[in-house]
Design a protein around this ligand. Structure first.
Ligand SMILES: Nc1ncnc2c1ncn2[C@@H]1O[C@H](COP(=O)(O)OP(=O)(O)OP(=O)(O)O)[C@@H](O)[C@H]1O
Length: 442
């Protein structure tokens, strides 16, 4: 029976605390990537990949980060381990703020903070045999006295991840292994130095269906045996249900809902969580449940996020105060023209003199310029006709006025605001309260 690797001999790690402790405390974390202009200088801006995220992670817990592509899950996971640079906020871990540490200060902590990536094929150097690859962290952190001790530890760790008998695998190369075996080897390399926190970024999504559940089970067994804490990054709510204690639903750089997996599945409160859950065909971790079919379009550009609640343009139950703006009118007209057909699109879009007025970000009111052969009255009449046809669309809840004045059609929107995460009063778990960022949830 393999024993837990003895890996904590260096003095550079802070002392471990008791089992129920908070391991990581993230406060208002921001990771913004500056946009650079090309030959022609563009307006300065930034992609807000992570934009004001706060949560705590208990020792031994599995926290899922779930959301569509571009929601910031990977960036958040990487930043937790110091692999991406925070531009604001803090990540408290054993008395240190990882967000502020220099690379040289992070290096000794790396054995405690490990990442498992999506693609096991790309994670292993094809020219390195498995024993060398898995033993590499021992070398980097000086955790084995000699090659013999290193080989023994590698063998022990390979056995632990189910690559048994280890001697069969030590001298093999990645190309000799199946996808599942490679991910086991990657896991062996991740645990060999005795980490405490592991970020697993879609660790099963590239594996064959038949081995996914087995690999997740291995992760759980290792967690229990080795006292690990996981952050599990995934698109796949079904596997998160199986694997996670708590789930954070991310949308455009923010956590919009966070709570126990049980509560998120039994009683989701955020409209986005509901939409994701509604899109799971079958809550079975053996299946690839990718919740992509969400209402009304794609995740918006993280460099120019919507006003107010970022989810409002796609939200089926959005209300007046959700942050409506001119771009939403542009999107509504697109939906209307999709339904009305090409002739209507050609005739009606010609009434707009400056279509960019409908695509500019951040306009709480807009003065629309009529096209060449049109007047402000034509525009107002068109908008009223469209309103009649699409009266059920939540967009109209945010419109406070449409009128013609000074040769333009003026559209104004209700005052909106950005909902922050707040604790839901009737949540079932007082110790791990459900938090939701939505104006509709008290
Ligand atoms: N190095 C970078 N430079 C600029 N923008 C970046 C960088 N890394 C990520 N982004 C942007 O940050 C946003 C969040 O990306 P991230 O990969 O974290 O999302 P994700 O939810 O993990 O998506 P996926 O599931 O597709 O990996 C995206 O808009 C992405 O284009």
């Amino acid at each position: 029976m393999p024993t837990k690797p003895d890996t904590r001999k260096t003095a550079d790690l802070p002392p471990k605390g008791d089992a129920a402790e908070t391991l990581v405390e993230v406060e208002d974390l921001q990771v913004h990537f500056a946009l650079r202009g090309g030959m022609i200088k563009r307006t300065a801006g930034a992609v807000k990949a992570v934009d004001g995220v706060s949560f705590s992670l208990r020792k031994g817990e599995v926290l899922g980060l779930v959301g569509e592509s571009g929601s910031g899950k990977t960036t958040l996971g990487r930043t937790l381990l110091g692999l991406a640079k925070a531009t604001g906020g803090s990540i408290q871990y054993r008395g240190r703020d990882l967000a502020k540490l220099k690379e040289s200060e992070l290096r000794p902590l790396r054995r405690s903070l490990q990442m498992v990536f999506q693609d096991p094929h790309a994670s292993l150097n094809p020219a390195m045999d498995i024993a060398t690859a898995v033993g590499h962290p021992l070398q980097v952190h000086g955790l084995a006295k000699n090659a013999e001790e290193r080989r023994a530890k590698v063998a022990e760790t390979l056995e632990r991840v189910g690559l048994s008998p280890a001697e069969l695998f030590m001298d093999k190369y990645p190309s000799d292994l199946s996808g599942g075996q490679k991910q086991r080897a990657v896991m062996a390399r991740a645990i060999i130095a005795g980490p405490e926190l592991l970020v697993a970024d879609e660790p099963i999504s590239m594996l064959d269906m038949s081995v996914r559940a087995k690999i997740l089970q291995l992760f759980l067994d290792l967690k229990n045996d080795l006292d690990l804490t996981y952050v599990y990054v995934t698109h796949d709510l079904a596997s998160a249900k199986f694997f996670c204690d708590r789930i954070a639903i991310m949308y455009l750089g923010r956590i919009v809902e966070i709570g126990t997996a049980e509560e998120i599945f039994a009683n989701p409160r955020h409209p986005y969580t509901k939409a994701l859950l509604g899109a799971i065909p079958d809550p079975d971790p053996h299946r690839a449940a990718v919740p992509r079919e969400l209402p009304r379009g794609e995740v918006p550009d993280a460099a120019l996020p919507p006003l107010g609640c970022s989810f409002h343009p796609r939200c089926p139950v959005a209300v007046a105060g959700c942050g409506w703006e001119a771009r939403d009118l542009g999107a509504l007209l697109e939906r209307h023209w999709m339904a009305a057909g090409e002739d209507a699109r050609l005739a009606e879009s010609a009434l707009f003199g400056h279509p960019q007025e409908l695509t500019t970000a951040g306009l709480r009111s807009v003065a629309l310029t009529p096209g060449k052969n049109a007047t402000a009255v034509d525009l107002v009449e068109l908008l009223e006709r469209v309103r009649e046809k699409t009266s059920d669309d939540p967009f109209w809840r945010g419109v406070t006025g449409i009128k013609g004045a000074a040769g333009k059609a003026h559209v104004t929107f209700a005052e909106g605001s950005d909902p922050r995460l707040k604790i839901v009063a009737d949540a079932t778990r007082a110790d791990r309260p459900l938090q939701v960022a939505c104006h509709l949830v008290d």
